[in-house]
Write a protein that binds this ligand. Structure first.
Ligand code: PEP
Ligand code: MN
Length: 374
């Protein structure tokens, strides 16, 4: 059972204490308080854990400070919407608000290779007013002989440059729990020059111990990539490992699924699942067109397949876009064939803006169908 308190309730509110005391008076019930800081208001939710079947709703609903009482369904207990009972409020991290309503593009390097390239990318982002990026330091590679990423050694210069160019969030994959501590330490040593969203790659989508580790820390949000060979339901359940650990600042990322039916693309694009994930869960949804398409081929009109696929995700309401860029893709140490050139980024951003405007227009008409057709 989840008790949603009225917006902007102070954490020290005596009313909240009374609600907690009442909840804990039922046998076997413990409580967890979650505060969600949105762009304009803060929301408090009280989770009742234990045998809630015998706990009545009415005594809680009577409190002045309670907005509603929601019975949770078994499916997606922590991330779910529970038959529409919960709204998706999102979260704020390092000054950036991320929710099912916001929109951010994360262009960046698949893998950090050298300081010069990181600086070129960050400087370009600054020119475009972009404060969100991706940068891989720990790379999970199919072959042990391929470049594995520079690991913790590159973090100091990546974070320093992020501070210099006003980057607020870097999506950065971790493949082992020790990487979380390394990132946290390097962030601290940089004077928290930037923020990091821990990325769980598709290969680790069912690495439950890693999921528990990123879920049990609440400093850093998590970008979870769906498993490339498992169902959507299984990927959402994997996210439950993160959320049930206590970290609810999660973004769900679609990145295509592996099947030869995707040929000639690297993965079969699954962006039709954007509205599905938004409906089933409270999570903001990201799309990664680079790892879906995996190549720089273009349609006859001259638009790269990566542009087309991005449009599919954005026009259906994706909230984030991860996109690989590289100053010299031919010399990239990882995934060069799918990277956009830096000079292609302005066109990409314009193209993305067209799809986002179309989504907003479609959404407006859907919420006021009579007005739209009058
Ligand atoms: C990545 O984003 O760098 C990556 C390895 O992606 P995925 O886990 O989706 O393959
Ligand atoms: Mn990659």
């Amino acid at each position: 059972m989840i008790i949603v308190m009225k917006a902007d309730l102070p954490p020290e509110s005596p009313d909240l204490k009374q609600v907690l005391a009442l909840a804990e008076s039922y046998p076997g019930i413990t409580t967890q308080v979650h505060r969600i800081q949105g762009a304009t208001r803060s929301l408090t939710e009280v989770y009742l854990v234990g045998p809630t079947g015998v706990v009545p709703e009415a005594p809680f609903a009577e409190f002045e400070c309670v907005e509603k009482v929601v019975r949770i369904t078994q499916r997606f207990r922590s991330i779910g919407r529970h038959d529409g009972g919960l709204e998706a409020v999102g979260f704020e991290y390092n000054g950036v608000h991320i929710s099912q309503d916001t929109f951010h593009v994360f262009p960046g390097l698949c893998a950090v290779d050298n300081r010069e390239n990181v600086e070129k990318v960050f400087a370009l982002l600054k020119r475009h007013g972009i404060v969100t990026t991706r940068a891989g330091a720990y790379k999970p590679r199919t072959s042990p002989y391929d470049f594995q990423g520079h690991g913790s050694s590159c973090l100091p210069f990546v974070f320093d440059l992020a501070g210099k160019y006003g980057i607020k969030i870097i999506a950065m994959e971790v493949t082992h729990e020790s990487h979380i501590d390394e990132i946290r330490k390097a962030l601290q040593e940089s004077g928290n020059a930037t923020g990091v969203m821990l990325q769980i790659g598709t290969r680790n989508a069912q690495n439950f111990e890693l999921l528990k580790h990123v879920g049990q820390q609440t400093d850093l949000p998590v970008l979870f990539k769906r498993g490339m060979g498992v169902t959507l339901e299984e990927s959402l359940n994997a996210c439950e490992y993160i959320a049930s650990g206590g970290n609810r600042r999660i973004v769900f990322c679609l990145r295509g699924v592996k099947t030869h039916l995707a040929d000639p693309h690297r993965n079969f694009v699954d962006f039709a699942h954007v509205p599905v994930v938004k409906r089933l869960t409270r999570l903001p949804v990201c799309v990664d067109p680079s790892h879906s398409v995996g190549r720089r081929s273009a349609g006859p009109e001259g638009l790269l397949d990566i542009f087309h696929v991005t449009a599919q995700g954005v026009i259906t309401g994706a909230n984030l876009v991860l996109i690989d860029v590289h100053p010299k893709p031919e010399s990239a140490l990882c995934d060069g064939p799918q990277a956009l050139l830096l000079e292609e980024l302005p066109h990409f951003l314009e193209d993305v803006a067209i799809s986002r405007r179309a989504y907003e227009e479609r959404r407006k008409r859907a919420s006021a169908p009579a007005a739209a057709t009058a």
